[in-house]
Design a binder for this molecule. Structure first.
Ligand code: FE
Ligand code: CA
Length: 515
């Protein structure tokens, strides 16, 4: 131990922190206020490791979070029990000033398919305790696995009762498919209020994340289970596509804005340090092997996409387009980018597990929001990138992917649908199944409008935007079950919830059936 550490230890002991285990006293005694206001999180487990996250922010609503502009050492501790009697790992991490004093610590050497508890210490302060879980080993037979799918948590629209319920009965992992924050502010009255204006700078995005993470139910959901996460559009700008903003703005200004937004996403989610932004780019596509049971592919459908079809300047994204818009069908247009398409194809080739989960941000099924005579397609979803969607479906067939299940979000409604090889042809051979989760809190469009989607979409079993909630999946080697969890009244943080409907897929038959 060096002299400085020894001195700090003596000071810490003298300042009345004797209750803190000796090994936990971190060498950062100069934090007068509790810095763990944004909670703790874990993510991206494999069978041996997991990423632990926190961010030091004693004043989370202030630029810089109330932290001094220098790196701060933080201790972490991982135990096999929630009382930290059986410590399995401890070590030092750095809360880097350049990343808003966030910590992304990969802890290795863990055992497969186990629960662990973790916490951080900075100075005299101890964080809340989080629970996490490693994945089963790739060769392990897994009898069953519970996975929650969630997205879209607009802070202004409703409370996070959905997260409270998820945390009370935690799944083995949470898959979050985008709209973690909303960059814009609601006009007119709202249940809760964003602070600050429309997020554009790094400080403004950071403050937005800090506001969202000030919600105890969201913190509970992070502390309850490891997360895998991909982003959608609102983490940056509504309906942006690659380097094209959703609404006309100076291209250089938009690229700087996107880089700031990506960095803030990195700083506030339990993602691996290897995902840290470089020159405004972040590779967030990821793969996880869930024992012999399933392979999870997490796809980024925002960063590399082609501009949306048939824009109407100054609006460049988020249009509804009809059959006159042939750009929608252009084979040169991409949703995932050529490199990620290849990466996915490679991954699909190696799949041997009975379930293949493809998690990403927007609905995949054929959705006609107009009528049979005058179809209207969302330019922002996969229907707006019809050739890219076909390539993905072709790729699933070429690689003989078994039981592909597409998981999505974005529409603030539950959508359950069978996916044919040619989605435009309602009698084409079934090749995949789709579950889109409703929002945690974001408002949906009217149910009357959503009912039209179903009228026009014979392969859609359900399109329901009347409830906030999430989907709880239970996978076994023979069956995938989806429980659609509905919050009764999202205007109340303590609202009850219930399973509104349940659906199953039997292995080998992509047709979704009511449970
Ligand atoms: Fe959303
Ligand atoms: Ca979205």
């Amino acid at each position: 131990m060096n002299e400085r550490r020894a001195l700090l230890k003596t000071l810490a002991a003298a300042s009345g922190v004797a209750l803190l285990p000796r090994a936990l006293r971190a060498a950062a005694p100069s934090l007068p206020e509790f810095p763990f206001t944004l909670g703790v999180a874990s993510g991206y487990p494999d069978d041996r490791s997991v990423v632990l996250w926190t961010r030091l922010a004693p004043q989370p609503d202030q630029p810089g979070g109330g932290m001094p502009p220098r790196d701060v050492p933080v201790r972490y501790e991982v135990a096999a029990d929630d009382a930290f009697r059986r410590i399995v790992k401890r070590g030092d991490a750095t809360a880097a000033s350049s990343f808003a004093h966030s910590v992304h610590q990969t802890v290795t050497g863990l055992a497969p398919a186990r629960d662990y508890w973790y916490r951080f210490v900075a100075g005299d302060h101890v964080s809340a305790t989080g629970r996490t879980r490693t994945l089963p080993a790739a060769r392990d037979r897994v009898a069953s696995l519970r996975i929650a799918l969630a997205c879209c948590q607009n802070y202004e629209h409703a409370h996070y009762a959905a997260w409270r319920h998820l945390a009370a009965a935690p799944p083995q992992m949470v898959v979050f498919v985008g709209d973690y924050i909303y960059e814009t502010n609601q006009r007119g009255p709202s249940l809760r209020r964003h602070t600050g204006g429309v997020a554009q700078s790094l400080d403004e995005y950071r403050q937005r994340y800090a506001l969202y993470q000030s919600d105890p139910s969201l913190r509970a959901a992070h502390a309850a289970a490891p997360w895998f996460a991909v982003w959608d559009d609102h983490e940056v700008n509504n309906d942006y596509a690659g380097t094209t903003p959703g609404r006309e703005e100076d291209p250089a200004v938009f690229l700087a804005r996107r880089a700031a937004a990506y960095q803030a996403w990195y700083e506030h989610l339990p993602v691996p340090p290897s995902m840290a932004p470089r020159n405004g780019v972040m590779n967030i596509q990821a793969r996880a092997q869930l024992g012999r049971l399933a392979t999870l592919h997490l796809l980024d459908q925002r960063q590399y996409r082609s501009p949306e079809a048939c824009p109407r300047p100054p609006q460049l994204g988020g249009q509804r387009v009809g059959d006159e818009c042939t750009e929608r069908l252009d084979a040169a247009r991409t949703m995932l980018g050529a490199e990620q398409e290849r990466w996915l194809q490679q991954g699909l080739k190696q799949n041997t597990a009975p379930w293949t989960l493809l998690a990403q941000g927007t609905p995949f099924s054929q959705i006609n929001q107009g009528s049979a005579e005058a179809p209207q397609y969302a330019a922002d979803g996969w229907t707006g990138y019809a050739a890219a969607r076909r390539r993905l479906l072709d790729s699933l067939q070429q690689t003989r992917t078994v039981n592909p299940v597409i998981l999505g979000g974005d529409i603030h409604a539950f959508l359950v649908g069978d996916v044919g090889a040619v989605p435009e042809q309602p009698d084409s051979k079934l090749v995949a199944s789709e579950f889109v989760t409703t929002s945690i809190s974001s408002n949906a469009i009217s149910q009357a409008a959503l009912d039209k989607w179903r009228e026009n979409g014979p392969r859609l079993h359900k399109v329901d935007g009347t409830h906030r909630g999430y989907i709880a999946f239970t996978l076994t080697p023979k069956q995938l079950r989806a429980d659609l969890v509905e919050v009764e009244d999202a205007s109340r943080p303590d609202s009850p919830s219930r399973i509104g409907s349940a659906w199953v897929i039997e292995a080998g038959n992509p047709a979704i059936q009511p449970a």
